[in-house]
Design a protein. Sequence first.
Length: 596
Amino acid sequence: MFEQLNPYALSLIISALISGVTAFYSWRRRPAPGAALFALLMLAITVWTLGYGLELTCLTLACMLFWIKIEYLGIATLPGIWMAFTLQFTGHETWLTWRRVALLFVVPAITLVINWTNEFHYWHYRSVAVNTSSPFPLLAITRGPWYWTHIAYFYLMLLAGTILLWQMFRRSAGLYRRQAGFILMGALAPWAVNIAYMAGLRPFAYLDLTPFAFTVTGSAAGWGLFRYRLLDIVPVARDKVLESMRDGVLVLDMQARIVDANPAALQFLDRSAREVIGQPAAQILSRWPDLLERYKDVYEAQTQIVLDNELSPRYHDLRISPLYERRGELTGRLIVLHDITERKQAEEALVLAHDQALEASRLKSELLANVSHDLRTPLTSILGYTDLLQAGGYGPLSDKQQTVVTRIMVNTKQLLLFINNILDQAQIDAGKVELRVSSFNPSNLIETIQSTMSVLAQAKGLELTGHVASEVLPTLSGDFQRLQAILMNLVSNGIKFTKQGTVHIHIYQPDADHWALQVCDTGSGIPRQAQTYIFEPFRQVDGSVTRAQTGTGLGLSIVKQLTTLMGGEITLESEVGQGSIFTVSLPLQPIPEKIA
Ligand code: ADP
């Protein structure tokens, strides 16, 4: 098979075998970025080294020329493939358009054609002969003009690729750095051989040492790939996003070894990439035994965890996702750790502020309730005495005295209503309103309000009328005191906002299940846009301090809340300048057996 075999030929053939296996292995993993081009690169090296190895076994010129033509399939294409591979491997794949790739192969294509047709023009080799002065026959050539063009292109590409690799090696970390390191080492081998050649280190004049250098290249790259099984797990060119991410990212293989960690993860672990990559996760994360135990065999999770730091606990969003090869085989796990401590602290501060605000509001309501309660007792007594005075209980009054006593009464009643409202609001805020349901006569309700409020109406020259519709049951049930509060507020508003005419209270049954309290006035009316917001606390149509009428803006809000509590609803019909109709519709309730 071989014309003769020597150690040089043998070492080249073995080297070709290694790079051949590497090429095969990488080709099988070609879905991984860079793997296909790497396989082609290794194939070119294999063709070259194998061809040269076989050339060295030749005794005749014809045999040598045959193999050299085969070798050139690898030699000529190597610079183009190399350049494309280094561009992709170092993350410059966007540069690789089909046009540019084609351009990379212009010189190689010419080299191949010129080499294969040398005997017609001698542009590649000026002369070829067999040299027999060395221990075994070697092809002796004198270089032609295209040979130098090819060499210039070859080294130019080698240099450009080496620079790209060097830049990547300097900026990358961990596993990638090692892999880039291996390939860089491979790329540097031909340079070393060249330097040695130029320094005069040549075993035989015509022995080309470059294929031997590529033996180193192939083996180094092969070792790098097999040892770290990189193409199995993560893409060759590292995603730059991962580098700059603030979230910690760890990649674990099937044996739970850390095969990748981004700078954020390393900073969190307070370790260097060298200390972490390749180590079992159990060892690197031993500070958190509970977590290790919990997520030991978990390939998919999303949860919040607390990790104790030296200073304070830090909250993290932990996300574990399985990593699959293109073929669908599980290859490891991706762990992403997102620090949410600030968000958590802000949330806690918000909850605290909310609780404090609630507490403050509760204390305010309590105070208001107490104050209002204490104000009510003396006010009721003032009202009682004024009533007696007015009725002549302490002797007849002059007209002037009557007027003054009426004014005292009007103001005291307004003050009482106001205080009652504050007390009711405080109770509603504190959630302490309990309805005390009893049975009552609807006419009685109107009369009570009339007797209390007529003095206010009279003071303004208004009529306060009332009517219970015939269909209304003689006895209704409800919280009499709260119903009074509702009516008093509505009637007081009616009086307040009416200059002339009537305020009328009407009780009727709109349907079989409801009864209704209606207060109609002939007053100013309420603009349409204000008709919804006046039911909100402290809202008034005229909110200015210079407004004509007194009031707090609490009345309607209390009326609405009490109505809702009673299971009813309030509606308003109003036309500016015409008057307003407030209707409180309430469910008819069964009469309680025990009269409270
Ligand atoms: P207050 O009467 O203390 O201001 P209310 O909550 O009882 O507070 O009423 C809110 C606002 O709704 C009043 O300020 C007034 O502008 C308007 N309003 C209420 N009732 C009437 C009414 N019958 N006619 C005209 N405007 C009214």
